[in-house]
Design a protein around this ligand. Structure first.
Ligand code: FAD
Length: 286
């Protein structure tokens, strides 16, 4: 059976909170292995993430995973945040370095803060036996020094206690396969889980890709060309693109996928319904 998981972001308004609740209810029947909640930098953003995690656990929709970054917190504050999750019953963390806050060009550690995902993974794992997922980049991270250095960072993430690497979304499936194979070749014991973007708004998708250094291929622009005002057709195209990528990667041997839902359940159902309910063998024989 193919494993699926979802990412949602914390709501900022009561209306968005109500929508997230509906989304979580709608995602639950797809039996996700976990649902993770993204986080912004420190303070109120952390409370928003924690609040969304509480909604998840209170509704028993799925096992929850909290995202935690190094941004905007001292080491002691990061440690306290991780403990807050543990005490709330959360056993899975997605640990990241985080991006530079708005107005700051490059990431700089907070005074007495953790300097990288590796450091934060080690600290969180030493505190409690969390399951830990980390980020990996099929297209190099914008700050990457070299592919070899990125592999070393992934090896350090595994040594520090991570067990799963969720990839940045990437429309070039061969780059994802290549990353998995290079990691396996280097003996890095992390499960590689492709991150699949579920988005039907091409302009928003392009903005997101720009922010995280993902390439938007010409064929993707063509698929969405001329349908800006046809939401139904855009959804069908988006579902088809995501489902095709999942099929391709399943043929390459991947058996777990993490979907960036943007808090919308419809596309998740269109793409994951068959994955969640049909045994993998039956689907590949069809
Ligand atoms: P790191 O693995 O620490 O690496 C960042 C860069 O630093 C890399 O170039 C790496 O090579 C280099 N580096 C790492 N360690 C060292 C070292 N010891 N010495 C020298 N160089 C080093 N951001 C958020 O703000 N909130 C979220 O919720 C969030 N969720 C995400 C979920 C996923 C699945 C992914 C893929 C990304 C997510 N991000 C999130 C974005 C992420 O925070 C950024 O991409 C960030 O710029 C890098 O984070 P990282 O954990 O990959 O950093």
């Amino acid at each position: 059976m193919t494993q699926i998981s979802f990412e949602v972001f914390p709501p900022r308004t009561p209306e968005a909170q109500a929508r997230l609740q509906q989304t979580l209810e709608a995602l639950a029947p797809l039996n996700p292995r976990f649902v993770s909640v993204t986080c912004g930098a420190g303070g109120s953003a952390a409370d928003a993430t924690f609040g969304a995690i509480q909604s998840l656990t209170a509704g028993s929709y799925a096992p929850a995973a909290g995202h935690l970054t190094c941004v905007g917190r001292s080491r002691a504050q990061s440690d306290a945040e991780a403990l807050r999750y543990w005490e709330a019953g959360v056993r899975h963390m997605v640990i990241l370095r985080g991006d530079a806050p708005a107005g700051q060009e490059r990431f700089a550690p907070y005074p007495d803060g953790y300097r990288s995902a590796v450091e934060l993974v080690a600290a969180v794992r030493a505190m409690r036996p969390f399951e830990i997922s980390v980020a990996a980049y099929p297209e190099p991270h914008p700050e990457s020094r070299s592919p070899l250095h990125d592999l070393r960072v992934l090896a350090h993430k595994a040594e520090a206690g991570a067990s799963r690497a969720i990839t940045q979304f990437c429309f070039d499936s061969d780059a994802i396969v290549n990353l998995r194979d290079r990691m396996a070749g280097a003996g890095i014991p992390l499960q590689v889980v492709p991150g699949i973007l579920l988005a039907s708004d091409f302009a928003a998708m392009t903005r997101m890709a720009g922010r995280c250094g993902a390439t938007v291929p010409g064929w993707l622009a063509q698929r969405f060309a001329g349908i800006d005002n046809d939401a139904e057709r855009r959804s069908r195209v988006a579902a088809d693109i995501a489902a095709s990528q999942v099929e391709h990667l399943r043929r390459e041997g991947f058996d777990a996928f993490h979907f960036y839902t943007l808090n919308q359940a419809e596309l998740a159902h269109a793409v994951c319904g068959p994955l969640a309910f049909a045994p993998a063998e039956a689907r590949s024989a069809a």
